[in-house]
Design a protein around this ligand. Structure first.
Ligand code: FAD
Length: 117
């Protein structure tokens, strides 16, 4: 467990940025294999998250709200929702998931899956 609140918040911001970017880049029409990969990834991500207390909370959120992996918009919407669950737990304002738009564009126009990127 990271004792330092500043370090914990910094890790959280960097991680959320990465997490939402993964969802924004997930295929619009994923294969079964890609859906399985995302589902497994999210569960392992939660299990291995370096802040132990956070990992414990997040795994409980996951049990309650299983990952949605049927499409990019389902995955991005789910991730926004689950981040809002964490926001609520920490008394932070709710993020409007309709505002996701191109918020997490990474500029990765280097492959076929780039979609709108
Ligand atoms: P953050 O919540 O880090 O968000 C960063 C930015 O993302 C925001 O400024 C906003 O632009 C955007 N954003 C906000 N909400 C959403 C959303 N719903 N969807 C998309 N984008 C959004 N901290 C604890 O103290 N206890 C915990 O148990 C805990 N558990 C965590 C579990 C996980 C998996 C992660 C990744 C982090 C956890 N954290 C926890 C850290 C916490 O969520 C924040 O990252 C940290 O407190 C910094 O908050 P922040 O206000 O800078 O914004």
């Amino acid at each position: 467990k990271l004792g330092n609140e500043t370090a914990k918040a910094e890790l959280g911001r960097a991680t959320w940025k990465y997490f939402h970017t993964v969802m924004a880049r997930f295929p619009e029409k994923p294969t079964e294999d890609q859906q399985d990969a995302l589902r497994s990834y999210i569960h392992l991500f939660a299990r291995l998250y370096p802040c132990g207390e956070c990992a414990e909370h997040f795994q409980k959120h996951l049990n309650k709200y299983p990952p949605q992996v049927s499409s990019r918009s389902a995955a991005a919407g789910w991730a926004c929702f689950i981040h809002n669950e964490v926001n609520a737990m920490l008394n932070k304002p709710e993020f409007d998931c309709n505002d996701l738009g191109s918020f997490y564009d990474c500029g990765c126009t280097d492959d076929e899956d780039a979609g709108e990127g």
